[in-house]
Each structure stands twice: as structure tokens, then as C-alpha cells.
Design a protein around this ligand. Structure first.
Ligand code: OFO
Length: 167
């Protein structure tokens, strides 16, 4: 049994997660188009993680016997000024997602919805990790100051990221 307000808010969050997936898939395509396969791989893994986040919320609504409503997904940008710009936009986006998750937690508290509050703790931790990952890559990109050699070193590093499902 879930409050309609929470049902609507989680349906909206499914859309946010699907947009995140769309954004990172678009970034993966852009990185690939400029020859940075390692960055493209990192974004492809991120895309898969976001699809999993959407699925987690979807399955949670199902487990509560709630109604799932899939909303329109906005078109993401298709190119960025530089790898640094793409990662700055990624961090900005994740900070937005953190606010959305915090908003859901506030609503769960207001509604005394303990089951949803509990489910959201995984997302709270995940957001800390995601913002930290983005900041680390931004720091590295700033250190190399756009040097081609530096970018290729980071690209090699990011090529090793692998997707592991958590659901
Ligand atoms: Fe990137 O954590 Fe979901 O959206």
C-alpha cells in the first residue's frame, strides 16, 4: 500500500533515471565519435547503471501494487565542448538527481512511509558514490589541462570500467 503522492513521485523519478540513462548514452556516442573509446566505455557502463536505477524504482512500485506510468523522456544534448565539459555536466546532473532523491526521502518522512524510506537508503549511498566518481575524473581532467597525452592516459584508465548488475 503506497500513498498516491509517493506513487506519482516515484513514477517521476523513473523518468529522471531514464533521462540520466539517455544522457549518458548520448555522451558515450559522442566520446566514441571523437575517438575516446575508454570515456565511451565509462559512459556506457553509466548508462547501464541508470537503466538499473529506473528498474529498481519500477520493481519497487510493482511490489507495492502501485500503478506504473512511463512519461516522456526529454532529448539529451548530443555534443559537448570537451571531455571536461561533459564531466562537469555529468556532475551537475548528478547533483540534480541527489536533490530529487532527497526530495523523495522528505516525502517518505512526511507520509511516514517507512518502506519507501528504507528502499531510498540505497539511492542515498549511490548518489554519494556517483558524485565522488565524477569529481575524481574532473580533477584528473583539470590536472592534465587538455593535454592530448594526459587525455589518452585517462582514456586508457576509463576503458577498464565494467558493469556489474546489482538487481
Ligand atoms: Fe546517476 O544515479 Fe541514477 O540517476
Amino acid at each position: 500500500m503506497i500513498d498516491k503522492k509517493m506513487e506519482d513521485a516515484i513514477n517521476k523519478q523513473i523518468n529522471e533515471e531514464l533521462y540520466s540513462a539517455y544522457l549518458y548514452l548520448s555522451m558515450s556516442a559522442w566520446f566514441d565519435s571523437i575517438g575516446l573509446k575508454g570515456f565511451a566505455n565509462w559512459m556506457m557502463v553509466q548508462y547501464k547503471e541508470e537503466m538499473e536505477h529506473a528498474t529498481k524504482f519500477y520493481q519497487y512500485l510493482q511490489s507495492q501494487g502501485a500503478t506504473i506510468k512511463l512519461l516522456t523522456i526529454n532529448e539529451p544534448p548530443h555534443e559537448w565542448e570537451s571531455p571536461l565539459h561533459a564531466f562537469e555536466e555529468t556532475l551537475k546532473h548528478e547533483q540534480h538527481i541527489t536533490k530529487c532523491i532527497n526530495g523523495l526521502v522528505d516525502l517518505a518522512e512526511e507520509l511516514k512511509d517507512r518502506a519507501t524510506y528504507n528502499m531510498l537508503q540505497w539511492f542515498i549511498n549511490e548518489q554519494v558514490e556517483e558524485e565522488e566518481n565524477d569529481r575524481e575524473i574532473i580533477d584528473k581532467l583539470k590536472l592534465v589541462e587538455g593535454s592530448k597525452h594526459g587525455i589518452f592516459m585517462i582514456d586508457k584508465d576509463l576503458s577498464s570500467r565494467q558493469f556489474t548488475s546489482e538487481i
